[in-house]
Ligand binder design. Structure first.
Ligand code: S3P
Length: 444
């Protein structure tokens, strides 16, 4: 098979950005809605699902495991699930493409079922660590029967016939890891407990509650949580509305801050406090972001954001804030280049194991475009000068967020910024280029 053609794109400085935009549905919630729907007997409806490639891979995996998923003509997804422990043995390996979230959550869901399934992904996903998830799943009774060399894909997992509940203290701040244990714990008798020392996004906990599971969440230590799930619940079919993804809205948001004269509205962005670290940080930098019309929507808070361009200043971003903005560092680093002064982003070790080594990729993207940047240990330092020369081609390394961050930089840099391949943008933000056009951006 021929390798797919590369899709280079170039972003250029032009007039101010104006208008309203609704970012696509939240990626984290979309994966979880499909998986929990597939584990529920009866029909669940999902409104506003992110139809990005990552989530479509999860949909395909849930079908291969026996659930029925259909997209209705009105865009609503209808899921008929098979119940906890009800997955059937898939006929072929489950291919998660570029998606760490889909893969790790599905590993958890399968670990509690008496089936054997193979998991694989693209070249980027094959480099990412799976051991962190496999360790607790093995403790719960699942077995690796093939692969998992160096703790990576491809691998074959045999789910537990009689899964054991565990108390698991997570060694890394990872919502994927927490969620994998909780999804496996659904099939175990008794209580499965996850202790996290740093609170991470809590969409699994909220959705489990929404589907009728008994789950309690209590503070743990200074910044952590203790989550207790009662196993073998009768999940009830649910209707879910997926709010706009703050991690996708982040790109037009920063574009509007750094393109002079811009004034835009981002509609219905999820403002779950475990996802709003970027907004906090940008406001510290002096950004004009008004939160308008805060409201509830399907168990999550959403709000419209009015964003206006203006001067930014460098700040310190504490490591403790990382879990609430873990996917936003590439675009924050772009904002920091256009700020005056140094921004130090602390404690970014987890960025090294994302779709690319995002710490290196972010630094290289900025450096190639004339920005003064350094990595010190796990910290990223950007010495902002209120401007960026631009003019380079950025290697996107199969990483959608590096691709979008580089294009946003090009909208405000002195010279155009080109990326080698925009194809991966569709994993999380299908329609990105068209939506940016609708604001007046020059990306082609
Ligand atoms: C996600 C958790 C984060 C994040 C990813 C989505 C999730 O990963 O980077 O894009 O939906 O749980 P980690 O759990 O590895 O930090």
């Amino acid at each position: 098979m021929n390798a797919p053609a590369l899709m280079p794109l170039t972003a250029r400085r032009d007039g101010p950005l104006r208008g309203r935009l609704r970012a696509p549905g939240d990626k984290s919630i979309s994966h979880r809605a499909l998986i929990l729907g597939a584990m529920t007997v009866g029909e669940s409806l999902v409104h506003g699902l992110l139809e990005g490639e990552d989530v479509l891979r999860t949909a395909a995996a849930m079908r291969a495991l026996g659930a029925r998923l259909e997209r209705r003509e009105d865009g609503v997804w209808c899921i008929r699930g098979v119940g906890i422990g009800g997955f059937r043995q898939p006929a072929a390996p489950l291919d998660f493409g570029n998606s760490g979230t889909g893969c790790r959550l599905a590993l958890g869901a399968v670990a509690g079922c008496p089936v054997t399934a193979s998991f694989d992904g693209d070249a980027s996903l094959r480099k990412r660590p799976m051991r962190r998830v496999l360790d607790p799943l093995e403790r719960m009774g699942a077995r690796i029967v093939a692969g998992a060399q160096d703790g990576r894909l491809p691998l074959t997992l045999q789910g537990a016939r009689d899964p054991l509940p565990v108390t698991y203290e997570s060694p890394v701040a990872s919502a994927q890891l927490k969620s994998a244990v909780l999804l496996a714990g659904l099939a175990a008798p008794g209580e499965t407990t996850v202790i996290e020392n740093e609170a991470t996004r809590d969409h699994t906990e909220r959705l489990l509650k929404h589907f009728g599971a008994k789950i309690t969440v209590k503070p743990f230590g200074e910044r952590g949580r203790r989550i207790v799930l009662k196993g073998q619940p009768e999940l009830e079919p649910a209707s879910i509305t997926v709010p706009a993804d703050p991690s996708s809205a982040a790109f037009p948001l920063v574009a509007a801050l750094i393109v002079p004269g811009s004034d835009i509205i981002l509609e219905a962005v999820m403002t779950n406090p475990l996802r709003t670290g970027l907004i906090t940080t940008l406001r510290d930098m002096g950004a004009q972001i008004d939160i308008v019309d805060k409201r509830g929507d399907g168990g999550e808070e959403v709000a419209d954001l009015r964003v206006r361009a203006g001067p930014l200043k460098g700040v310190e971003v504490p490591a403790a804030r990382a879990p609430s903005m873990i996917d936003e560092y590439p675009i924050l680093a772009v904002a920091a280049a256009f700020a005056e002064g140094t921004t130090r982003m602390q404690g970014l070790q987890e960025l090294r194991v994302k779709e690319s080594d995002r710490l290196a990729a972010t630094a290289d993207m900025l450096r190639a475009n004339g920005v003064d940047v350094a990595i010190e240990g796990d910290d990223l330092l950007v010495h902002g000068k209120g401007r960026a020369p631009g003019g380079a081609e950025v290697a996107t390394r199969m990483d959608h967020r590096i691709a979008m961050a580089a294009l946003v930089m090009g909208l405000a840099a002195e010279n155009p910024v080109r990326i080698d391949d925009g194809a991966f943008i569709a994993t999380s933000f299908p329609g990105f280029v068209d939506l940016m056009h609708s604001l007046g951006a020059d990306v082609a």
